[in-house]
Design a binder for this molecule. Structure first.
Ligand SMILES: Nc1ncnc2c1ncn2[C@@H]1O[C@H](COP(=O)(O)OP(=O)(O)OP(=O)(O)O)[C@@H](O)[C@H]1O
Ligand SMILES: [Mg+2]
Length: 326
């Protein structure tokens, strides 16, 4: 009874899937020392969370420390309240490394059973679960072929299946769609979205549109430091543009009229697509008066809105802001 209560209290305490405190990695020593992860404080809540950053930002280094595959230089990390690197923490995690190493002679099924046993399942359980996962990932007919014969997409599926075999609470996926064609990517993204309904996912990528499709929250890092960590919605709101876009059948005439309005600060025609761009002096008035301007010009309205900002735009802006135009 007491034990049970304790377990419950622990569960109630649990707020973050991943929580790190000044987590740091220094590779090498003395004059060769290189700080790849700069004392970061991660807060990863349940759900699906994207980990973004350009090549060399420190994503793989961070993930490897979280799963206990790489020694932490200083600071600490917790996985659902368990210290990263301990057996307890490892059991909670299913991990897909950036470059998984497979035994090419093993069949897919043998590999999954092997990983299942490593994850604490007995042989019977491991076989049952391996077969379920092969069905789930649509590789059941290939499960008895050696992995050496698998395509990149099939290997990626086996890698994710192996990460799921012991029913972890948290999946950590390091670039799960790397090297896949668009169909393979879409396939893996759909699966990850589906899996994330029952298991939390922390997924890295530098393909922003993918993260945008999958994640509610994102953390962006650059040169070992966190640049932004928030919900996609908040990030987009923070960076939302102030430039309205207008398209009609008479853009030239409309532009002339708008130039004379006191509620318009600046307006011009965008070369790429011929739409009118408007920076308002008074946004409410611009919206109120727009129907009148259209009537005055006897124009047909195609669209009038603030274009949605993409994660790509934000990413560029964040790095340009920080003086890093790479
Ligand atoms: N074993 C190592 N020894 C020394 N430096 C390393 C080592 N592994 C990584 N680094 C360096 O640490 C930095 C972060 O690398 P890391 O692999 O974590 O980046 P990443 O964000 O995963 O990049 P990518 O998107 O290319 O996978 C890079 O500058 C890299 O050169
Ligand atoms: Mg990496």
């Amino acid at each position: 009874m007491i034990k049970r209560k304790k377990a419950y209290e622990k569960e109630a305490e649990f707020q973050y899937e991943i929580l790190s405190n000044e987590l740091q990695k220094i590779y090498g020593k003395k004059d060769k020392a290189f700080e790849a992860v700069k004392k970061i404080n991660l807060r990863i809540e349940p759900g699906i969370h994207g980990f973004l950053g350009p090549n060399g930002a420190g994503k793989t280094t961070t993930m490897n420390m979280l799963v206990g595959a790489l020694a932490i230089t200083s600071g600490e990390a917790k996985i659902r309240n368990e210290k990263a690197g301990t057996v307890e923490a490892r059991r909670l995690i299913g991990f897909l490394p950036q470059d998984p190493v497979f035994y090419d002679n093993m069949t897919g099924e043998e590999y999954l059973i092997y990983m299942g046993k490593l994850g604490g399942l007995n042989k019977m359980e491991a076989r049952k679960r391996a077969q379920e996962l092969c069905v789930y990932f649509d590789i059941f007919n290939d499960r008895t072929r050696p992995i050496g014969e698998y395509s990149g997409g099939m290997k990626q599926k086996i890698g994710i299946a192996a990460a799921l075999i012991h029913k972890p609470k948290l999946l950590i996926l390091d670039e799960p769609t790397a090297n896949l064609d668009p169909i393979g990517r879409a396939n893996i993204i759909d699966k990850i979205k589906e899996i994330s309904k029952t298991v939390s996912v922390f997924v890295s990528s530098h393909i922003l549109s993918e993260i945008e499709q999958m994640c509610e929250r994102v953390t962006m890092i650059n040169k070992g430091a966190i640049v932004i960590s928030d919900t996609l919605k908040n990030i987009k709101q923070q960076y939302i543009g102030n430039t309205y876009e207008l398209d009609t059948n008479k853009n030239k005439e409309m532009l002339k009229s708008l130039k004379q309005k006191d509620y318009v600060q600046n307006t011009w025609i965008k070369e790429e697509d011929g739409t009118i761009q408007i920076i308002p002096q008074d946004a409410d008035k611009l919206k109120q008066e727009m129907p009148k301007v259209i009537l005055e010009n006897n124009a047909i309205l195609y669209s009038f809105h603030i274009p949605e900002i993409s994660l790509q735009d934000i990413f560029m802006e964040v790095y340009v802001e920080k003086g890093d135009k790479k």
